[in-house]
Write a protein that binds this ligand. Structure first.
Ligand code: URA
Length: 235
């Protein structure tokens, strides 16, 4: 079965993913299970289809150890799209991103500048399945999953993307700098406004609120983001 799916996309005569996406009968069962075969931009008509397909994904080895695929939560029309590294244990169990301790802190950070997590943000991860023992996802796992993320960004079309932590920054923008050096800086990627910020898990390990501490810096950054969203929406 997997080989049939793979060969469908590797023969010259077979329809490409884009041709299939543009045709009225899209058979998403034929999206390649081999993670090295890319998911092309524009293949998903909407986020619901993406989510349904993603939940059956077998594109990398994480499919064997996950409990649930963790696609997203929040609003599909949000102005702010937040990207984490990958699901942890609680997220794997519940099938929703950022629902554990890091997620609770993220909620507080967002609420502090009146961002409603159901309306104002769309939250997802670089990889949609939990890496065992919460290890950093491998380059191959990131690559296998990247098409989903790029499609999420295209379909949500946010005004601002927030990259939480070094893995998110490196995996999407290819920027390898330490997060402490670049957090709070606006960056442009594919015509989109992005900002790297500390990962909430890092803030949990560094609880000081003193001036200049990671938590204090996060407070500056999220206020900058709030101001930019207001500016871009004409408020
Ligand atoms: N950490 C992440 O990066 N993502 C989650 O969904 C949870 C914890």
């Amino acid at each position: 079965m997997a080989e049939d799916q793979f060969s469908l996309f590797s023969t010259g005569d077979a329809p490409t993913q884009r041709e299939m996406a543009n045709s009225s009968a899209v058979d998403f069962d034929t999206i390649p299970t081999d993670g090295s075969v890319p998911i092309l931009p524009g293949v998903y008509p909407d986020l619901t289809t993406l989510g349904n397909h993603c939940r059956g994904c077998q594109r990398c080895g994480l499919a064997h150890t996950r409990t649930n695929v963790v696609v997203s939560r929040g609003s599909p029309t949000a102005p702010v799209l937040i990207i984490g590294e990958g699901p942890g244990q609680q997220e794997d169990e519940q099938g929703r991103p950022f629902v554990g301790k890091s997620g609770q802190l993220l909620e507080k950070i967002l609420a502090s500048v009146r961002f409603d997590t159901e309306q104002d943000v769309y939250i997802c991860n670089i990889v949609k399945c939990r890496p065992p023992d919460n290890r950093v996802p491998t380059a191959a796992e990131v690559a296998a999953c990247k098409g989903y993320l790029l499609e999420q960004i295209r379909l949500v079309d946010p005004k601002i993307i927030l990259l939480t932590g070094a893995t998110a920054l490196k995996s999407l923008l290819g920027v390898k700098s330490g997060i402490s050096k670049v957090r709070g800086q606006w960056m442009e990627w594919e015509g989109r406004l992005c900002m790297p910020i500390f990962h909430p898990a890092y803030l949990l390990r560094n609880p000081s609120r003193d001036k200049g501490s990671p938590k204090w810096l996060m407070w500056q950054d999220i206020q900058t983001v709030r101001a930019k969203v207001d500016e871009l929406s004409g408020n």
